[in-house]
Write a new protein. Structure first.
Length: 267
């Protein structure tokens, strides 16, 4: 099942996590007046954009299993990375594959693969006005993230349906009080942006206007991609330092040269 969703600006604005917008502008808790002024300008700009631009989400729901540190989706293997630093309190070193039913169980699990993006033309304005150009870019980033939040909510309640009775406030959504996780490519538990090539093979990113650079970075910049995992004990974590032995193992599982894997992981 692969589904494309089209949202209006108004559809996604309620899901914006504004503290991240403030952070992008370097406005802290002590700058209340500046934060309120910037927020008012941002909301006015969003109202101006309404009806002219859209935000898109694309997701697929697939049978999946884990095989060691890999997640198997059909004929595609998604190599994951495992924490190497042993915690002081004795917690296990985690890998995202830990939250998917193992192949040896003989029973399939399920996984979601997703991407969101904004209209490319949304940020192609105000080239002679650096302030307005930055405002549009930061708003586009927030809209792509907001679309991921809204899409994930719909997936949990309707399309995947493992949490049909979920009733969470926006604040609860933003602190991720729901069941499952939505790890994004390029973030601490999924640091290799080149995984976007595999995601593209699975769901076809061009359906929502995303193209990939040689390193797997997404264009437009205001795009998000990643996995949706439903395991009730799944949680976010940081991979941390990657050792040379792990790098070699990862390159082997990704079927790429070690030095290319090193570049993808910014090592």
């Amino acid at each position: 099942m692969i589904k494309k969703l089209t949202y209006t600006i108004a559809d996604t604005v309620p899901y914006i996590n504004w503290p991240y917008f403030d952070y992008a502008w370097g406005v802290g808790s002590n700058g209340r007046e500046e934060r309120e002024r910037l927020r008012a300008e941002a909301e006015a700009k969003l109202s101006e954009l309404e009806g002219h631009y859209h935000v898109y989400a694309l997701f697929g729901l697939f049978d999946a299993n884990s095989d060691g540190d890999d997640i198997i989706v059909g004929t595609t293997r998604l190599p994951m990375l495992r924490q190497q630093q042993v915690s002081r309190n004795g917690e296990p070193c985690l890998c995202l594959s830990d939250f998917i039913r193992p192949l040896s169980s003989g029973q399939p699990d399920r996984i979601g693969i997703f991407a969101t993006s904004t209209d490319h033309a949304l940020t192609e304005q105000h080239h002679n006005d650096p302030y307005m150009k930055m405002l549009l870019q930061t708003l586009a980033d927030r809209l792509a993230e907001a679309a991921a939040e809204r899409m994930h909510e719909e997936v949990r309640k309707v399309h995947w349906g493992y949490a049909p009775d979920e009733q969470l406030s926006m604040q609860q959504l933003h602190i991720e009080a729901f069941q499952g996780i939505r790890p994004a490519v390029g973030y601490p538990s999924l640091p290799d942006t080149s995984l976007n090539f595999l995601i593209d093979d699975l769901i076809g990113l061009r359906q929502i206007g995303i193209r990939l650079t040689e390193s797997g970075m997404m264009m437009p910049h205001a795009s998000v991609s990643g996995l949706m995992i439903s395991h009730p004990k799944s949680r976010y974590f940081s991979i941390g330092k990657i050792g040379e032995d792990q790098l070699r193992d990862y390159a082997r599982r990704r079927c790429i040269p070690v030095e290319l894997a090193r570049r993808f992981l910014n090592m």
